[in-house]
Design a protein around this ligand. Structure first.
Ligand code: SAH
Length: 360
């Protein structure tokens, strides 16, 4: 049994079954044993591959998007470019390289990375050391400096903890993580969950057995508040559903395969799908506009990824051409590609005009 499982069992023995959000937060972010705190999980030899790790084209398109937002914001001489959960730093490195196409934009950028994992912050430092950019790290969005900002985040929101609720014959109950026959197991809180109506999608008809997930969107709320107060925009890309609905999407992935979320806590990546409707509602309440979501495939095509792929292939050998084609299909194509399940949404200050990427 790993050290985190020992700790979680002790916690359950003293406090009773714990909320799924608490379990998720411990698995991912426990200061000593958390999944992200100790390792670099990305890439072929790791547990999963994210879009920036598939191809430089992904970050380049986002770099173009950022430059367009900067233009729409009136080309300020200084801009804070913020990334939430930057992983290895690959996305930011590609964004900064693409930004050189617009030298005044590149010169205006101060980079701020929001990262809880010391191991990944170190990886980001290495990746970005040659970029020439001023980079600062933050453990949460609370310490970001004031002033206008452009925020990007890929596969950040899916790692924010969710709570789960299930409808039974006796009403709605919270699903928790407890112990059964000495093993970690899901268990419904016997007490009915109060005020569930305020959380459910409006007009939703839930059958017995329906499961509802609610995410703690505090970092998104704070980013939206900052944008509403100080200006500019955020781009969030993640996998999930456009409309709120019912279903258990908690998933653990290890070595590119799904595993039991309660098996070996902290040894697998643990995420849940993003409810884009709930995310948009949270952001709108803070006074920003939302644009999208559109599918990742649509978003990247709108920004010109197909042309970029053609340019990368021109004059290259067959192996390179095939690799670019494979990466393009993976980023923009339907399942098993990321093009349809993944979606992009923008949170925008009302004064910002047209921004690219979201035409359908
Ligand atoms: N954006 C990267 C990595 C995605 S994995 C990519 O696309 O490759 C999620 C990232 O978010 C990791 O860097 C993880 O350490 C970070 N993270 C998770 N929860 C966080 C939180 N609450 N605050 C800040 N960073 C967090």
């Amino acid at each position: 049994m790993n050290p985190l499982e020992q700790e979680i069992r002790a916690l359950i023995e003293s406090e009773g079954p714990i909320p799924v959000s608490r379990y998720m937060a411990l698995c991912l972010g426990h200061p000593r044993h958390g999944y992200y705190m100790t390792r670099d999980p990305f890439g072929a030899s790791g547990d999963f591959v994210t879009a920036p790790e598939v191809s430089q084209m992904f970050g380049e398109m986002i770099g173009i998007w950022c430059a367009e937002v900067w233009r729409a914001a009136g080309e300020p001489a200084k801009i804070n470019l913020v990334e939430l959960g930057p992983g290895r730093g690959t996305l930011m490195a590609d964004v900064l390289r693409a930004a050189k196409i617009v030298p005044a934009f590149r010169a205006a950028i101060d980079v701020h990375l929001v990262e809880t994992s010391p191991a990944l912050a170190e990886a980001q430092r290495k990746t970005l050391s040659a970029s020439g950019a001023t980079v600062r790290w933050h453990e949460s969005v609370a310490t970001l400096p004031g002033g206008p900002l452009i925020v990007i985040a890929n596969e950040f929101v899916d790692a924010l903890p969710v709570d789960q609720f299930m409808k039974t014959e006796t009403g709605w109950h919270e699903r928790r993580v407890g112990l059964r026959e000495g093993q970690l197991a899901f268990a419904l809180d016997p007490a009915p969950f109060p005020k569930i109506e305020t959380l459910l999608p409006q007009g939703a008809q839930a059958r017995t057995g329906a499961l509802f997930e609610r995410r703690d969107l505090t970092p998104v709320r704070e980013i939206a508040r900052r944008i509403a107060a100080d200006g500019d925009a955020a781009l969030l890309i993640d996998y999930g559903h456009e409309n709120s609905g019912f279903g258990d999407t908690l998933q653990a992935v290890r070595g590119h395969k799904p595993v039991d979320p309660l098996q070996g806590p902290s040894e697998a990546d643990l995420t849940a799908h993003v409810d884009f409707e709930a995310l948009a509602r949270t952001a709108l309440r803070e006074g920003v506009h939302t644009i999208g979501p559109v599918t990742q495939g649509q978003f990247l095509r709108n920004l010109g990824i197909e042309l970029r792929a053609e340019n990368l292939k021109r004059g290259k050998d067959a192996a390179t051409v095939a690799a670019v084609d494979t990466a393009l299909a993976r980023l923009t194509g339907p399942s098993p590609g990321m093009g349809e399940l993944f979606k992009a949404i923008a949170l925008v200050h009302p004064a910002i005009g047209d921004i690219p990427g979201f035409d359908t």
